[in-house]
Design a protein around this ligand. Structure first.
Ligand SMILES: [Cu+2]
Length: 512
């Protein structure tokens, strides 16, 4: 049992890449503190909101069995926490272990800084003897303007650009901005310190990699070192060794790295894949001085204090795609669950709506949250989820423990990382074009994860067991796209769900 007392969320001036801006922090730091637990622990996090605006925290990858109300998604599972109010998120880790993260799920607040990591250690970790130490490494794009400004520009009627260009990329909250490009009235300190990880020759390190970005897929590598993958999104996998690893927003990998090279300094590279993001001359912040080649340093004990001079691996991967599921076989592989009780097909695209604003649609509908009457509350109040309006984009299935298959079709020309709350899922397969090729599906030992990349003009088939009654968001994790309605609400086993008694502190959020 674990208690994390009183994290205070506050706005504070910080300079992660040398450029000072207002950052939405937890316990005054960015990234927020690492929450560590052991498998089977209960976690209590008392969140005190001092932002001066509403807030919430979602626990990305945690299935929240029996605690749908603590999933932290305003409009779906709660009313946001008002300013000057505390909420204790109280949930069990059940059998989950591995690498997770937490972030605000209220508007674009996490873009401005409210995010951190959550690690569930496993005393029965099958790889425990394969590494000596571990580090948590977060990757993120970073913007100098407040996200609310960027979002209102993005959603301005008639805007014909694309998503805002960031100003830098950060490794574990550290990056380096070219201050000569900063506006005259700003505070910017050049040569900001880079993220540096100390290795001792002969030791083996588990690196927990988490992409906590707003928009960008990163490719991670360490010069002259191999990465042995052992975890995808909390699921152990058969070891698979690469030199570079593509990691999209919301995804996590653990890799084991052996400190088996000469005592020296080596570049850690986290390259932002700009070819996966569309832009044109009108794009917000198109003249950004961003360096997409984000770096940190792996420093062997005994190495000099020089910057590395090492060269990047030339290993190539498919662009704007996840690593092939062929190589991400769960250590406890299971066949795809059967028989399928319900197939949900989600056709996604971007359109210009009647207000001349670009929005995303799922089966022709674009999501708009009702913060003060979230879906879970409506169901607990006895409303029939089959009668919700189009802008709730609901998909209802009331077959406890039935198998749900979701066919995701991306009819657009952008790459989108899709994340499901409340479940991890079996990835049966994916491919180019908008027609599923059944012969390419893997029913024998599919990859298990909770976030999957949907490349432009492509299909993906996933399955999961409906063993978790709740309201579960299923959405693109590009934060701008969430606000542009790129969301489905999965309403799982509502009859069972409606019988549950929510905690009083949760209910009282909606009356404040
Ligand atoms: Cu998207």
């Amino acid at each position: 049992m674990l208690l994390y007392p009183n994290p205070q969320t506050r706005q504070k001036n910080l300079s992660p890449d040398g450029f000072e801006r207002r950052v939405w922090t937890a316990n005054d730091v960015y990234p927020g503190p690492i929450i560590r637990a052991n498998k089977g622990d209960k976690i209590f996090v008392n969140v005190t909101n001092c932002f001066g605006e509403p807030a919430s925290i979602h626990w990305h990858g945690l299935t929240q069995k029996e605690t749908n109300w603590y999933d932290g998604a305003p409009g779906f599972t709660q009313c946001p926490i008002p300013n000057d109010v505390s909420l204790v998120y109280d949930f069990s880790t059940y059998g989950q272990s591995g690498t997770y993260w937490w972030h605000s799920h209220y508007l674009t607040q996490y873009v401005d800084g409210l995010r951190g990591t959550l690690i569930i250690h496993d005393p029965d970790d099958p790889y425990l003897k394969s590494y000596d130490e571990e580090y948590v490494i977060t990757l993120s794009d970073w913007y100098h303007d407040n996200s609310s400004t960027l979002l209102s520009d993005r959603m301005a009627p008639g805007y014909e650009g694309f998503d805002p260009i960031p100003d830098s990329g950060l490794i574990s909250g550290k990056g380096r901005y070219d201050c000569s490009a900063a506006p005259k009235d700003s505070k910017c300190t050049p040569n900001a310190p880079l993220a540096t990880y100390k290795f001792k020759k002969g030791r083996r390190y588990r690196l927990r990699l988490i992409n906590t970005s707003t928009e960008y897929l990163f490719t991670f590598s360490i010069d002259e070192h191999k990465l042995k993958i052992i975890e995808t999104d909390g699921e152990y996998v058969e070891p698979y060794t690469v030199e570079k690893i593509p990691i999209n927003i919301g995804q996590r990998y653990s890799v084991i790295v052996e400190a088996n090279q000469a005592i020296d300094n080596y570049w850690i590279r986290a390259t932002m894949n700009k070819e996966c993001v569309n832009s044109n001359n009108f794009t917000i912040n198109i003249n950004s001085a961003i360096n997409y080649e984000v770096v940190g340093i792996l420093k062997y004990e005994g190495a000099k204090n020089d910057e590395p001079t090492t060269k990047e691996s030339n290993e190539q991967h498919d662009r704007c795609k996840d690593l092939s599921t062929k190589f991400l076989i769960p250590l406890n592989a299971k066949p795809a669950p059967e028989p399928v009780h319900k197939i949900i097909t989600l056709n996604t695209t971007a359109i210009t709506n009647e207000k001349n604003v670009t929005v995303f649609t799922v089966n022709g509908k674009s999501f708009s949250p009702d913060f003060q009457n979230p879906t879970l509350q409506r169901i607990l109040n006895g409303e029939d989820p089959n009668t919700f309006p189009d802008d709730q984009v609901t998909f209802v299935y009331d077959e406890p423990n039935g198998v749900i298959e979701v066919i995701l079709i991306n009819n657009g020309n952008g790459t989108h990382p899709f994340h499901m709350h409340g479940h991890n899922f079996f990835v049966l397969g994916s491919g180019d074009g908008t027609e599923v090729v059944k012969s390419e599906l893997n029913y024998k030992n599919p990859t298990i994860r909770d976030t999957v990349t949907l490349p432009a003009m492509s299909w993906t088939v996933i399955r999961y067991v409906a063993d978790n009654p709740g309201v579960w968001a299923f959405h693109c994790h590009i934060e701008w796209h969430v606000e542009m309605g790129f969301v489905a609400q999965l309403i799982e086993s509502p009859t069972e769900l409606a019988k549950r008694q929510p905690p009083k502190d949760w209910s009282s959020l909606c009356s404040k």
